[in-house]
Design a protein around this ligand. Structure first.
Ligand SMILES: Cc1ncc(COP(=O)(O)O)c(C=O)c1O
Length: 412
């Protein structure tokens, strides 16, 4: 018999508990099980052209070789320092220290810890819109409000005035500012900030840093899957220069979920490579202890083995290059197919997604389902996982988008 759980506190009632991404994915899988021909672009994991999850063989082989002592013991509460350094150096190879940092369960854990330690309950967090949906859940769970400024349009200039106005208002109201920036390889647009936009944003933060303490937290999830690795390198180098300058506290949420296709291993880190204040480390490691104690040892051991072997690193780089090329072909085919249907195309710089505009994304998504096409509707448009969309399916996908109400240039 269903009973109301009186024990559940009032504040925690009223959630529907559903995650739109997982709901849409299971709807697609259910339909496919009936034998229907389905395009499932809901998933946030890399699939091959047979729809099977990609598990990078360099990583899987390394994982298989782990000894009991690389798996079984507790890891240090704040994470194995060798792992933290290796993970940081994957992003900034010339750094000799990760500064202040801790291991976290995935990038998600790092995002959560940043809120616990850098904002007060009731404060406001700033990010770009559109954003990865769980940002809102993370804000809610950590009792902060999520406020957004617009992500620039393709080839457009960032609206610095909008960013600056909101950032300054928040900074003056609460005496501090935290900005989560998912760049390069933004989820869900699949784009990266241009150098000009990146510099404009950093200058805006630099200008405001005299008003109060600012944290720029770079949320890196998809950097290994980009059209142009040189552009990614350039962005990271820019952020490193900005971090070293010290006007703003620059940190990063790091993750091996996509980088190593170890989604289920929950490996990540929150690092502030240019910070030397141990108070930050003490606070973060206390959060670790008071939240999950320590993270899994085995993924740290995999990272350490990869870091110690240039052969493994070059094998892994080859696998990343292969899948980046696959994603590039998929995104290019999708762009061309949308244009062939008379729709606006979609550029892609990196990551697992692109975003398609729609007047009423939820209604369009319902109609797409009737065509056997599954995407994730959001208030900003349709999130399309190029990580799971075969190049071959791009024409059918684009035709369904046109039929079901995607935007036609020139028509309001
Ligand atoms: C933008 C963004 N940030 C962070 C994450 C964190 O992923 P994980 O917690 O698996 O490391 C994801 C995963 O999808 C993401 O898309």
């Amino acid at each position: 018999m269903k009973q109301k759980v009186e024990q559940l506190i009032a504040d925690r009632r009223g959630y529907d508990g559903a995650d739109i991404i997982f709901t849409m994915n299971s709807a697609a899988q259910k339909r496919a099980a009936t034998g229907a021909s389905v395009i499932n672009a809901t998933v946030g994991a890399l699939l091959d052209d047979d729809g099977k999850l990609v598990a990078l063989s360099t990583i899987m082989e390394t994982y298989r070789q782990l000894t009991p002592m690389e798996i079984a013991p507790y890891a240090p509460i704040a994470g194995d320092p060798a792992y933290l350094l290796a993970l940081t150096q994957r992003h900034w190879p010339s750094l000799s220290s990760y500064g202040m940092g801790v291991a976290t369960p995935g990038g998600t854990g790092a995002l959560a810890l940043s809120l616990r330690n850098l904002l007060q309950p009731g404060d406001r967090l700033l990010t770009a819109s559109p954003y990865w949906g769980p940002y809102a859940t993370l804000a809610l769970e950590n009792r902060v409000g999520l406020y957004t400024a617009p992500y620039p349009a393709p080839n457009g200039a960032i609206d610095v005035d909008a960013w600056s106005e909101l950032a300054e208002e928040i900074l003056r109201a609460q005496g501090r500012l935290v900005l989560w920036l998912n760049d390069p390889c933004h989820n869900p647009t699949g784009r990266s900030l241009s150098a000009a936009n990146r510099h404009a944003l950093m200058q805006m933060l630099r200008d405001l840093s005299s008003v109060g303490p600012i944290t720029l937290l770079l949320d890196f999830a998809y950097l290994d899957y980009a059209r142009d690795q040189h552009a990614v390198r350039e962005a990271l180098d820019d952020y490193a220069t900005f971090g070293a300058e010290g006007s703003v506290l620059v940190g990063a949420t790091l993750s091996i979920s996509k980088a190593f296709t170890l989604y289920g291993a929950r490996g990540g880190a929150l690092v502030f490579p240019w910070c030397t204040d141990h108070a930050l480390f003490n606070a973060l490691s206390t959060s670790c202890r008071g939240t999950y104690s320590n993270c899994a040892r085995a993924p740290m051991s995999v990272m350490n083995r990869v870091a110690a072997s240039s052969a493994l690193q070059s094998q892994l780089a080859q696998e990343h290059a292969h899948w980046s090329a696959v994603l590039t072909r998929r995104a290019t085919a999708l762009d061309a197919s949308l244009r062939a249907e008379g729709l606006a195309g979609q550029s892609w710089d990196g990551g697992f997604f692109i975003m398609i505009d729609a007047d009423d994304p939820f209604a369009v998504s319902d109609r797409l389902m009737e065509e056997g096409v599954f995407v994730v509707p959001t208030e900003h448009g349709l999130r399309v996982g190029v990580c799971g969309l075969r190049e071959l399916d791009a024409p059918r996908f684009a035709a369904a988008i046109r039929k079901c109400g995607g935007p036609i240039p020139g028509v309001a």
